[in-house]
Design a protein around this ligand. Structure first.
Ligand SMILES: Nc1ncnc2c1ncn2[C@@H]1O[C@H](COP(=O)(O)OP(=O)(O)O)[C@@H](O)[C@H]1O
Ligand SMILES: [Mg+2]
Length: 258
């Protein structure tokens, strides 16, 4: 179960992406990176962060601890920047936050960073499974911290949830975008990790993850939050069964690279 913290201080905005995440201090005196519900991408980006992030953790990837972050409407009252004040006001209530990794740096192959074959293969399988396009050399979303790789920013994964009538089509997608994955060159154990991953994930594991999505993040797509969770479960279960399709696509894309 995810913990819930309360944001006590807005520290600074992280302006790299468009969604204006921020470093905040919390009531447990920890520092966190908050992804705000009121950002342009809307609450579904938080659903993707939570669901994809916990799937990655289940698979054995390093993901910073995820917590629910309660934002009080008063938090941003004295922020000089109008855009940040508006964002905080629109985000009152539950948001998603990650443990802040101080001193981490972005993974950069051009600077000589390398990945081990097991982690790289697992990451490629995970991003193909969750349909995550945000792990490219331009936008790695991969942090080096204490000599280990940490995976962040899954807000654009599971993009089928932006268009449920069409979602079914993506359940067995080969996901050709995998050719742009930053770790593909090192992913030499795809068959092996696919076999491990498909035994670790099952509907019971996925159900436990989906059960943690706050109802208030699931308001728009289905008549009830329970129906929305059932739709995610159905789609992810079918995607799991399609592992041979997207695993073969990743192997093929890698063969073109090397
Ligand atoms: N847990 C974290 N610890 C340290 N830095 C982080 C963490 N999460 C994000 N960052 C930094 O903030 C930047 C933006 O966060 P990210 O989740 O990628 O949001 P977006 O790309 O949507 O703006 C990252 O590129 C990274 O430099
Ligand atoms: Mg990012």
């Amino acid at each position: 179960m995810l913990r819930t913290i309360r944001a006590t201080q807005y520290v600074t905005a992280l302006r790299e992406g468009g969604s204006l995440p921020a470093i905040i201090e919390a009531d447990d005196l920890g520092l966190y990176v908050v992804k705000f519900r009121g950002a342009g991408q809307g609450p579904l980006a938080l659903v993707a962060e939570l669901v994809a992030g916990e799937i990655g953790r289940t698979l054995g990837l390093n993901i910073p601890e995820l917590v629910f972050a309660h934002v009080d409407p008063a938090l941003g009252r004295n922020e000089p920047d109008q855009e940040i004040r508006d964002l905080l006001r629109a985000s009152a209530g539950l948001n998603l936050a990650l443990d802040y990794l101080p001193g981490s740096s972005m993974f950069d192959p051009a600077a000589g960073d390398k990945a081990n074959p097991h982690t790289a293969s697992l990451a490629v399988w995970f991003d193909a499974f969750t349909l995550n396009v945000d792990r490219t050399p331009r936008n790695a979303n991969l942090l080096n911290w204490h000599s280990q790789l940490y995976f962040i920013d899954h807000g654009a994964a599971l993009y089928f949830h932006h268009n449920w009538p069409d979602a079914s089509r993506l359940a067995d997608s080969p996901f050709a975008d995998i050719r742009n994955h930053i770790l593909l060159p090192w992913a030499s154990k795809l068959e092996e990790v696919a076999a491990q991953a498909t035994t670790r994930l099952n509907s019971s594991v996925l159900n436990k993850i989906l059960a943690q999505i706050p109802d208030e993040w699931l308001q728009s797509s289905h008549p009830t939050p329970a129906e929305a969770r059932a739709a995610y479960l159905d789609l992810l279960t079918r995607r799991l069964a399609a592992s041979p399709i997207f695993t073969q696509e990743a192997i093929r894309a890698r063969a073109h690279l090397i």
